[in-house]
Design a protein around this ligand. Structure first.
Ligand SMILES: [Zn+2]
Length: 101
């Protein structure tokens, strides 16, 4: 019998903005989040910081893709992108204010 029961699994994260697979994050198997867990991360496909939905198996991936096709995440994606734009604006403002100051 092995002493180690800690398994590391890598879950897939899917971008709610473009539906592409994001960057996989390995985590300890005993620290599983609930189904449909969201994580804000950088999407290499649409190049935005968007919410990603964690999919633990093929069923959840299919469910996500189905929801995505049906537009279930459109509003949420818009909100995240709007949030990002505001951040960008205030960052630009900081640069401008720094120059003026
Ligand atoms: Zn994306």
């Amino acid at each position: 019998m092995s002493k180690s029961c800690r398994t590391w699994i890598t879950n897939d994260f899917y971008c709610i903005n473009c539906g592409a697979k994001g960057i996989p994050i390995p985590r300890a198997g005993n620290k599983l989040k609930l189904k449909g867990h969201r994580k804000k991360m950088y999407c290499p496909n649409c190049r935005h910081d968007t919410n990603h939905i964690e999919c633990r198996n093929m069923y959840e991936v299919n469910e996500f893709l189905e929801n995505f096709k049906n537009g279930a995440y459109i509003e949420e994606a818009k909100e995240t992108l709007e949030h990002e734009r505001q951040h960008l604006r205030s960052a630009l403002c900081d640069v401008r204010c720094a120059r003026l100051g």
